[in-house]
Design a protein around this ligand. Structure first.
Ligand SMILES: NC(=O)c1ccc[n+]([C@@H]2O[C@H](COP(=O)([O-])OP(=O)(O)OC[C@H]3O[C@@H](n4cnc5c(N)ncnc54)[C@H](O)[C@@H]3O)[C@@H](O)[C@H]2O)c1
Length: 415
């Protein structure tokens, strides 16, 4: 099929290379010219396992020109949906993309399907995106189709996840657009769920807020366990064998970050409030997550006077396998340390450059040099941190790195 993808970052670029590999003709439309140049020279602007190799194997067009849509049968919308302070979505990117698509629809005679991949609150496609597309003078369901098909990939495993989804959710305004997407996804070995547009939008938010809830839940259990002198990880193992509970997302620690879980949680809270419902559980999940990162610094203060001390940070990415620092717990931790008058040295195998844009005052060093600090905080669970020599060090561990237990002072956040 001939496919255009609007927005070429974590989601758009991955979908683009994967669909190109599957034999489709793919054009990426991206406003950020640095990203366009990078992709054109076969370098991805983000780190993702296997992405550069795939980018070098496939033929893919990328530029900033919406004209590409003129020949497309499918247009994926993968622009960012950041949030306001109150959690509600900033619509600017999605509105701009819909308006630009609408201008091309005006002069396009062949039917095409616009697919919303970006995560949006329930109702957004019907209330905002479709009206903007219809400004073209063309009619949804007749001249063009609209689908919502949320993306569930995990950063760090994005290519694998896109190619091997647990399920594919397809919500179509019209049957014809559903048929187009079912054909496109025909070779994927996954159940396909057909729902209403709003339901598909809600499935994405409910899935991510459930995962966030599971993490905050185990962190709450972990905080209680620590008070009672019980090892949370043994408790989680005992729980995880229960098929109703499952063992995934039961790693107690300093909480969740990234561009999805905190944002999607805030988005659903804001959407519920707009509908006059106060989502008590979700609000507490978010509050506990904020407190958890600060708890690491509180524990540190039991062992070190922060003013004038040098604190080493191991890990800056929001999780291993990515260079993404959006909403990383490291941000809260470093902010807090600097406010308390500490100096910070940090190491991350991939995310140093991105973190430096936020905190130029931090000293970025190699991992051995981080160990030469008054105390060390483990913030991301990179495997390589299991191979360092912690003897004689003070370590406060937010992510359960077993080797760090050899430190002369060792304390885990929930154990
Ligand atoms: N990152 C993830 O792991 C993930 C997973 C599932 C779903 N999502 C959702 O998918 C969407 C995209 O996520 P992301 O992490 O790739 O976002 P992102 O913010 O990293 O990237 C969005 C890209 O769109 C570009 N853009 C913005 N407006 C544009 C326009 N009008 N035309 C062309 N390009 C435009 C931006 O320059 C940017 O490169 C979000 O809604 C996100 O919540 C993300």
């Amino acid at each position: 099929m001939i496919i255009s993808i609007i927005g070429a970052s974590y989601v758009g670029l991955i979908i683009g290379v994967c669909l190109a590999k599957a034999g489709n003709e793919v054009a990426l439309i991206e406003l950020d010219l640095q990203k366009v140049d990078a992709i054109n020279s076969k370098r991805s602007s983000i780190y993702e396992e296997g992405l550069d190799e795939l980018l070098n194997k496939v033929r893919i067009k990328v530029n900033s020109d919406y004209k590409e849509i003129e020949n497309s049968e499918v247009v994926f919308v993968c622009v960012g949906t950041p949030s306001n302070e109150d959690g509600s979505i900033v619509l600017e990117q999605i509105e701009n993309a819909a308006e630009q698509i609408s201008k091309v629809l005006e002069r396009k005679d062949e039917y095409c399907v616009v697919v919303v991949k970006s995560t949006v609150p329930p109702g957004t496609t019907e209330d905002i995106i479709i009206p903007l597309l219809q400004k073209s003078g063309k009619k949804v369901g007749e001249d063009f189709g609209v689908c919502v098909s949320p993306e569930f990939l995990r950063e760090g495993k994005a290519i694998y996840d896109f190619m091997h989804p647990d399920r594919i959710v397809i919500a179509g305004y019209d049957q014809r657009s559903i048929d187009v997407l079912v054909t496109l996804y025909g070779d994927f070995n996954a159940p396909i769920l057909q729902t209403s547009l709003k339901t598909a939008e809600m499935i994405k938010l409910a899935s991510n807020t459930f995962l966030a809830t599971k993490i905050s839940f185990i962190n709450e259990i972990g905080n209680i366990c620590k008070q009672l002198g019980i090892d949370t990880y043994e408790v989680a193992r005992g729980m995880g064998f229960d098929g109703r509970i499952g063992s995934k997302f039961l790693n107690a620690g300093i909480g969740f970050g990234g561009s999805c879980l905190p944002k999607d949680l805030g988005m659903l809270i804001a959407r519920a409030r707009k509908a006059d419902y106060e989502p008590g559980i979700l609000v507490e999940v978010s509050k506990l997550n904020e407190k958890q990162a600060l708890k690491l610094v509180e524990l540190l203060k039991k062992h070190v006077v922060l003013k004038g001390a040098t604190i080493g940070i191991l890990g800056l990415a929001f999780k291993p396998g990515t260079d993404d620092v959006r909403d990383s717990r490291a941000i809260t931790v470093v902010q807090n340390l600097l406010q308390e008058g500490a100096m910070v040295k940090a190491y991350d195998p991939l995310a140093g450059e991105n973190f430096k844009k936020l905190f130029p005052q931090v000293e970025y060093v190699n991992k051995e040099e981080v160990l030469n600090s008054d105390a060390i905080l483990i913030v991301t669970e990179w495997e390589e941190f299991n191979h360092l020599d912690y003897h004689g060090k003070k370590v406060i561990d937010g992510r359960r790195i077993l080797k760090a237990r050899e430190a002369s002072v060792y304390e885990g956040i929930c154990w």
